[in-house]
Design a protein around this ligand. Structure first.
Ligand code: NAG
Ligand code: NAG
Length: 447
């Protein structure tokens, strides 16, 4: 009994005396308390259980209940509830479900951070505790992580709002996946008074702990098309009595491939992909019509519009060669401009990211034919878009976005939140009026 009691006392004393790493993590150090211009301090804070567990919890909840573009009602409600808890004021709604929050003085300079909220119309194949509970919908492009990262950044910044010499604007937007939510957010005033905007995207293209971006054009301009090619249905054994839209659509698709290979500069990247082909349902029936659809990409607005015009001409002319009629539409989804990174913001990003992660962890990336509606913001004001690596094969994270097996590396949340918070706060002192000319905007393509 006595020995037992002494042993317990000894253990208790040892526990009290021993430094506890978890406890010390919860208390910000002197350095972290004044960290609005200290990138490494932000990363430590973003990795503390208080911030990182919070982001993981938010991200998992969003992952279980994915919502499609302009339908992010519950997602938006959750974000507003979190902003309310933190005491952050916001405007709502913009663009149906969008939210714009404000941290700091409410006065210039204003610097915006953006997160997209929508999921994809697809089925999740990953078996895990927080698998999507909504049939046919999945967060397979990391937008759940982007929202969690921005809320994590908000949490860190709101606790230090007295140190801010300006305003951090939190942009939670709907419908990045084809809907052009950013365009509508901008039209409804999300960028009011904003001098610069930053957007981050998680990716398995780069390892965890790395980030990547580039100056100038980073993602392509994009458009979508759909065409109905109409003939005359009939018996598949008696083709002379029918006008076959399957063969016509096939020639159309082959001819479309010649636009990039024969009509464009091989050194100027462009793409046309036909990704949809719907027609017929029986082995012995020629259908009345076929619907095809796809996407086209280019690195300038001029080239995008040239492709648009040629796509329409080729589809209608080539269909008529096979005696079919065709109607082509481009209106279903808005065209996205080229995503162009401001050159001064690129230099600034390199400084902040290298200070936080070390120079070897900051990569220069090649432009990609992917596209982003972040371009609607960076078309209006200097913007900067970058990728946060999360690949880690040791824990099975390597699937690309839009895959049913896509998984987010939750360790990436701290990197994203720390970078976003750091980028916004470190630039504010540099944007004060007398230093305005340091931030001259680069020329942009107008769409
Ligand atoms: C933008 O600036 C104007 C003029 O200072 C001010 O009236 C307005 O409230 C500001 N808008 C926001 C969203 O802070
Ligand atoms: C194509 O349109 C013309 C003019 O409207 C019509 O006369 C013709 O029957 C149509 N052909 C087919 C195959 O639908």
């Amino acid at each position: 009994m006595d020995i037992c009691f002494r042993l317990v006392s000894l253990i208790l004393i040892l526990c009290i005396l021993a430094p506890s790493p978890i406890y010390s993590k919860l208390l910000p150090t002197q350095e972290e308390a004044a960290l609005v211009t200290n990138p490494a301090g932000f990363l430590n804070l973003a990795r503390s259980p208080e911030v990182s567990d919070y982001m993981v919890r938010i991200r998992r909840r969003l992952h279980e209940y994915p919502e499609l573009g302009f339908e992010e009602f519950e997602t938006s409600k959750l974000i507003r509830a979190e902003l309310d808890k933190m005491g952050i004021r916001y405007k709502y709604p913009l663009a149906v479900t969008g939210i714009v929050g404000y941290i700091g003085t409410g006065k210039p300079p204003f610097v915006a951070l953006r997160a997209d909220m929508d999921a994809l119309a697809m089925e999740e194949d990953v078996e895990w505790e927080h698998k999507s509970k909504v049939p046919g919908k999945m967060h397979a492009c990391g937008h759940d992580a982007h929202v969690a990262m921005l809320l994590g950044a908000a949490k860190m910044l709101q606790d230090r709002q007295d140190e801010l010499q300006g305003t951090v604007v939190l942009v939670f937007q709907p419908a990045e996946e084809g809907g052009g939510g950013a365009k509508m957010m901008a039209e409804e005033g999300a960028l009011e008074n904003v001098t610069a905007i930053f957007g981050a995207h998680v990716t398995t293209r780069y390892p965890i702990g790395f980030v990547a971006s580039r100056a100038g054009p980073i993602l392509a301009a994009s458009g979508f098309f759909e065409a109905v090619i109409s003939g005359k249905g009939g018996h598949a054994a008696i083709p002379q009595d029918a006008v076959d839209p399957i063969v016509a659509a096939s020639s159309v698709i082959v001819s479309l491939q010649h636009l990039v290979s024969r009509e464009t500069d091989p050194l100027d990247s462009q793409v046309i992909s036909v990704a949809k082909f719907e027609g017929g349902g029986a082995f012995n029936v020629i259908p009345n019509s076929v619907t095809i659809g796809g996407t086209f990409r280019a690195f300038s607005t001029e080239n995008l519009y040239r492709l648009r015009q040629r796509i329409e001409e080729v589809i209608t002319s080539q269909a008529s060669v096979q005696r079919c009629n065709a109607s082509v539409s481009f209106d279903d989804k808005p065209f996205y401009p080229v995503t162009e990174n401001d050159r001064n913001l690129h230099k600034y990003f390199l400084n902040v990211a290298e200070e936080m992660l070390g120079a070897t962890k900051v990569l220069e990336m090649k432009p990609s034919m992917g596209s982003e509606d972040f371009s609607f913001y960076s078309e209006l004001i200097p913007g900067y878009f970058y990728f946060v690596g999360m690949k880690d094969e040791a824990v099975g994270i390597s699937e690309m976005g839009h895959s049913p097996n896509y998984r987010v590396n939750e360790d990436s949340l701290s990197y994203g939140a720390a970078l976003q918070a750091s980028l916004a706060t470190s630039i504010i002192p540099q944007l004060h009026p007398h230093e305005d000319d340091a931030m001259e905007r680069a020329p942009h393509d107008e769409l």
